[in-house]
Design a protein around this ligand. Sequence first.
Ligand SMILES: Cc1cc2nc3c(=O)[nH]c(=O)nc-3n(C[C@H](O)[C@H](O)[C@H](O)COP(=O)(O)O)c2cc1C
Length: 289
Amino acid sequence: MKSGILKKASILYASFSGNTRKVARVAQGALAARGWRAELVNLRNFERGLHAVDADLIVLGVPVQYWDIPNTAKTMIRRLPVFQRTPAFVFTTFGRCVCNSVPWALAMELADKNCSVLGGAQIAAPHSAKMDDGSRLGDMEEAFGKGQPDPATLLGFREALMTVAAKVEEKQTRPIEIERLKALHTRGMTADVMNRISSHRMRQDFMPWVEHLQINCERCYGCLNACDSQAISKDGMDTIVIDRDLCNRCYKCTDICQNSAMTTDWKRFVFLVRTVHLMARDTTSKFVV
Ligand SMILES: Cc1cc2nc3c(=O)[nH]c(=O)nc-3n(C[C@H](O)[C@H](O)[C@H](O)COP(=O)(O)O)c2cc1C
């Protein structure tokens, strides 16, 4: 590190099936190797006073859900404190499916929190949720890859982040033009139009409903604990109940259930994902610094 003072980074992330956490860990490792103190914080555990609000760099990563920032993550980001013109780097992981403008949306959220956004990335990391037969959703479509960000992408991410870290060390913290992050949009204009004409709710309803099969259920309540949307509860007989209005269709409950008591119409899911994938273009990993 060029400056003699120890630099601190807060790497904040949301992750449902592990991809974004994996990239966040790469960020932590890279900054630590550079001599920084880098703390990794799941957004849901961020507590004022406990975690550094005086960081020299904020790294913020979320997965793309329904071509948007996941609702739960958006709420948590809005609860973050206002920073002190802190430099920031934003990234998303996404399934190479549907157009999205999420890195830009993240940058706008952080700009509202008085951060100076110095760069961003979108990382192709196909859906890694497991299906009933043990395969992963990302395995279903050749273009999705194998449900993990590949090593070359992680290298590119590391390099982009190191460019930003060097700028922070050299106190060159003038924000980039946030508009430049639009280079990370998949299908630019289409992403904007799609965001305007459909609500998050409409997009969720597009995806197949999760069924609870009582006969397979061993009442371990792993699904209940895994659900980030408070859509799963127990009734008076301790039987699992799913609230259709609250369910985000993230399939984390189907992923966690060892007994196939939580399941969905995977055939319909795969068909829909393949169909919407036809609308996706230019969906490689990209970096802007
Ligand atoms: C509910 C849900 C909605 C998703 N919507 C999109 C989408 O609109 N576009 C896309 O490219 N990927 C989409 N994905 C795929 C995820 O963005 C991708 O798998 C991401 O890497 C998951 O990150 P995580 O493992 O950190 O949760 C969606 C995944 C889920 C669970």
